[in-house]
Structures are given as structure tokens and as C-alpha cells.
Design a protein around this ligand. Structure first.
Ligand code: EPU
Length: 432
């Protein structure tokens, strides 16, 4: 198994280019199967989560050709099956986007229940509520397979989401895009990847309005035509490098991004005393000149501070004098990584959804293990500032979501390399 070996102490400096957004790609690739012609998707991040989704599409019968490193041509016209291969889908939560997409295409879908959980319970009741409101009957068979079947064509309807859910908003959009009549979804999520999915579907001739607000209106269309579409830059990858630059008191230019998507992250860094300069598709993060200040963070659905940057900012705040409080307001339990930060000398206590960080102690190297993707990113940030050599195991989680993270970090001055170790026999199955 691979591990990261990081010698801390280098200030990050230079330029880093951000890849396409993981959480947009894992919905847009399943969405291609709704198209009635081939289409081309650009700016696809080269990460293992995306490879898994592409493999599921191929297994369903899509003809997928790689045009270049970040571009795929996908011809879904020969897909006949509505049953997703459980072996391919079980380790990935995002495989549930095949439910909405297959339901939208065939009026039926069967996908393995996304297993495991890292952040507390991860129900899918809002997805199911949406599918059923559109006219499907959705059952969880033996607690393992989600099967959604409509006996007559799906029909547009009114759906109020009880919780703001990224996954449910996207899945309902996928199911409703070819339904008869209009679907109105209220209390929808507003993340940039929701808008990206809507823009992609609209580029094929769908009629979706309001994505990015909390009311989305979807007027069903009969056919979706060929398109060439480029996925938005990854907000969370960008936020991770911004936090890393601040933690090392470095200065970097984060390129190929949409600054607006990073407003909440830039605002927090500014509050801490980091200088942020915004350009068209670049943000310069400069933490070289000043002593940084503590701050409090509450995670919220977009446009609030993203939960997916919470662990990275906890690592950053551990390097800043004073007491900072993080309130994790999206997931029940997203502080597992804090035990690993404690091994590195951080002083953090957790009480329910609150983490209290007594910052400013010198972090020191320790053997640590990534418990999930963003937890792994937080450990990298801590290791970049720690005294000594930190080894991070379980990096399979990290490479699921960060394209070429070693090369990118090396290019901005980090001392990071890959080493190897034997995986323990009782290793836990991975899920993201
Ligand atoms: N929720 C329900 N019922 C549902 C769906 C969600 O109660 O039917 C609750 C969840 O338990 C949670 C909250 O609603 O408390 C938000 O969950 P959401 O559905 O928005 O999350 P998700 O769609 O499962 C996506 C990202 C996560 C990210 C969250 C929140 C993907 C593949 N995953 O998950 O990303 O944390 O939105 O922004 O898009 C990551 O990239 O590291 C990651 C975990």
C-alpha cells in the first residue's frame, strides 16, 4: 500500500492549477446516460472516484473513449440495462446518481445501497421521497439494493426537501429531466456543482431554471441531444490548497478557479489576516507577512462555509494562536480525523458538533492515518507545518478526490513523496 511521507517546514510558494470538480463529475458522468446521442465531457478530474463512475457507465453498456487526459467521449445510446453492477458501485456513495439517471432514462433503476458511513448516518430518504413523488415506487430490498420502478411515465410534481441535500437535489433533477410536465423542487441545495449539473443538462436541451437558488423548476423534455461540456473547477480542491498555503505561511496563486465559488473560504482566510487577491480565474493567497488570527467556523450548505473544507481549516487553525471553535452543522460526526491531529500535538477537544481548537502549539510529526478524503487533506496540511517527517497511511481515500496531489504539492515547494507499507489484514472496506 502507498503512504505519503512529508517533511514539514517548507512554506508553499508558486502556482497550482485546480482540476475539474469531483462532486460535479460524479453526477455529470451518470447524467450522460440520459442523452440520446454521444456527448463529450471536458475538464474531468483524473481521480479514482471518477474512474469508478466511468467504469459503472461502461459496464452498463456506454461506449467510452478517452480523447485526452481530461476529456471523455461517452456514447450512452447502447445502454439497455437499468441494473448497476453492485461490485462496482458498493464502495462509492456517488453511485446513487445512477438511480436518478436510470430512472429518468428507463423509468426503473436498481443500485446497491451506498454502504458504510463516515460522518454519522447518511440517509437517502429525500432522494426516495423525490423519486416517489415523480411516480416511481422505491424500495430497499433486503436492506441492500435500492430499486425504483415507475409503472407509468414519470410525471412532474411539487417536491419540498425536508433537508437541504446536494445528493437529493441532483438525483431528483436527473429523474425529472425527462418527466412529463413541470417539477418544482423547493429547499434545493445551491452548491456550484448543482448549477453545473443543471447547465450540463440544459446544454443537451433540458429545461431547468433556478439552479443555484432554493427553488429549481424542471420542465420535462422528450430528448436530450449531443453536447460538449466542460466541468467547473473544484471548489474544495482550491480551498484545500488555500488552507495549506495559509498554514505554511506561504504565498501561492491558485489557478483555473471560479473566485465566486470560494467566497466563504476567502472570507474566513481574510478574517484570519491572510491577504487574498482575486483575479478572473485565479486567487492569490498570501500569508507571509502577518501573524494570523483565530476565527470561528460554522459549516453550512452553500453559500455557507463548506463542510468539505472543515477538516483542512481545523488543521490550519491548529497553527494559529488563540481558541477557535468549529461548528459542524452539516454532518453528525465529521471529526474522526481530530484523533490523528492530536497525535501530532494539536490541542483540540470535541463535544458533539463542536470542536474547540487551542491553536498555536508546534505540531510534530507522527504516524497518522487518513479516515476519509478531507480528513486526509487535513493531515497533509498538518504534516506540511509539523516538525519532522510525518507518514500518512490509508491514502487511497486522498487519491479518490485530489488529482496528482503529490506532483501539485511538490511543484509549490512541499517535501512530499510516496512510500510503501503492508496493508493490515483487518483493513476496513473503503466508502466515500
Ligand atoms: N440528508 C438526509 N436525507 C437525505 C440526504 C441527506 O437527511 O436523503 C442529510 C445528510 O445526513 C446530511 C445533510 O442532509 O446531514 C447533507 O447531505 P447531502 O445529501 O447534501 O450530502 P451528499 O449529497 O451525500 C455531498 C458530497 C459530500 C458533501 C455533502 C455536503 C458528493 C458525492 N458528496 O454529499 O462530499 O460533504 O454533499 O456538501 O457530492 C466530499 O467530497 O468529501 C464529500 C463528503
Amino acid at each position: 500500500m502507498e503512504k505519503f511521507i512529508i517533511n514539514g517546514g517548507n512554506k508553499l510558494q508558486g502556482e497550482v492549477t485546480i482540476s475539474g470538480a469531483k462532486n460535479a463529475a460524479v453526477a455529470i458522468l451518470p447524467a450522460t446516460l440520459l442523452c440520446d446521442e454521444p456527448c463529450i465531457i471536458e475538464n474531468i478530474p483524473n481521480i479514482s472516484d471518477v474512474t469508478r463512475i466511468a467504469n459503472i457507465l461502461a459496464d452498463l453498456g456506454a461506449d467510452i473513449k478517452r480523447i485526452d487526459k481530461t476529456t471523455l467521449s461517452i456514447d450512452p445510446t447502447k445502454i439497455k440495462s437499468h441494473v448497476v453492477n453492485s461490485g462496482l458501485a458498493s464502495s462509492m456513495r456517488a453511485s446513487y446518481y445512477f438511480l436518478g439517471a436510470l430512472l429518468g432514462k428507463f423509468g426503473k433503476a436498481s443500485v446497491v445501497m451506498p454502504g458504510g458511513c463516515f460522518f454519522g448516518s447518511r440517509p437517502i430518504d429525500q432522494h426516495i421521497k423525490g423519486f416517489n413523488a415523480l411516480g416511481a415506487e422505491t424500495e430497499i430490498l433486503n436492506g441492500a439494493i435500492i430499486e425504483s420502478i415507475a409503472t407509468s411515465p414519470l410525471k412532474g410534481t411539487y417536491i419540498y426537501l425536508d433537508v437541504v441535500s446536494v445528493g437529493a437535489t441532483m438525483n431528483i433533477m436527473l429523474a425529472a429531466v425527462k418527466a412529463k410536465g413541470e417539477t418544482i423542487m423547493e429547499n434545493a441545495a445551491k452548491e456550484p456543482h448543482i448549477v453545473d449539473l443543471a447547465n450540463f443538462l440544459n446544454s443537451m436541451g433540458a429545461n431547468i431554471r433556478g439552479a443555484g437558488t432554493d427553488v429549481i423548476k424542471i420542465r420535462g423534455v422528450n430528448r436530450l441531444h449531443s453536447t460538449t461540456y466542460s466541468i467547473i473547477p473544484d471548489q474544495i480542491e482550491a480551498g484545500t490548497y488555500m488552507a495549506a498555503a495559509a498554514a505554511t505561511r506561504g504565498k501561492i496563486a491558485v489557478k483555473n478557479i471560479t473566485p465566486k465559488h470560494l467566497d466563504s473560504i476567502s472570507a474566513k482566510l481574510r478574517e484570519m489576516g491572510v491577504i487574498i487577491e482575486e483575479y478572473d480565474d485565479t486567487i492569490v493567497v498570501d500569508a507571509t507577512a502577518k501573524t494570523l488570527r483565530r476565527c470561528n467556523i460554522k459549516t453550512m450548505p452553500h453559500p455557507g462555509f463548506p463542510t468539505d473544507c472543515q477538516p483542512q481549516f481545523a488543521a490550519l487553525l491548529a497553527t494559529v494562536g488563540g481558541t477557535s471553535i468549529i461548528n459542524e452543522n452539516v454532518w453528525d460526526n465529521r471529526f474522526q480525523y481530530i484523533g490523528e491531529l492530536l497525535r501530532m500535538g494539536a490541542r483540540i477537544s470535541v463535544e458533539g458538533k463542536l470542536a474547540v481548537i487551542e491553536g498555536g502549539t508546534k505540531l510534530t510529526a507522527a504516524p497518522v492515518s487518513a479516515t476519509d478524503l478531507r480528513a486526509g487533506a487535513a493531515l497533509i496540511i498538518a504534516a506540511l507545518v509539523a516538525d519532522g517527517t510525518t507518514e500518512i497511511t490509508n491514502i487511497k481515500y486522498i487519491i479518490r478526490g485530489y488529482e496528482e496531489i503529490v506532483e501539485k504539492l511538490q511543484s509549490i515547494g512541499a517535501d512530499i513523496s510516496i512510500g510503501y507499507y503492508e496493508e493490515p489484514e483487518n483493513a476496513v472496506a473503503e466508502v466515500s
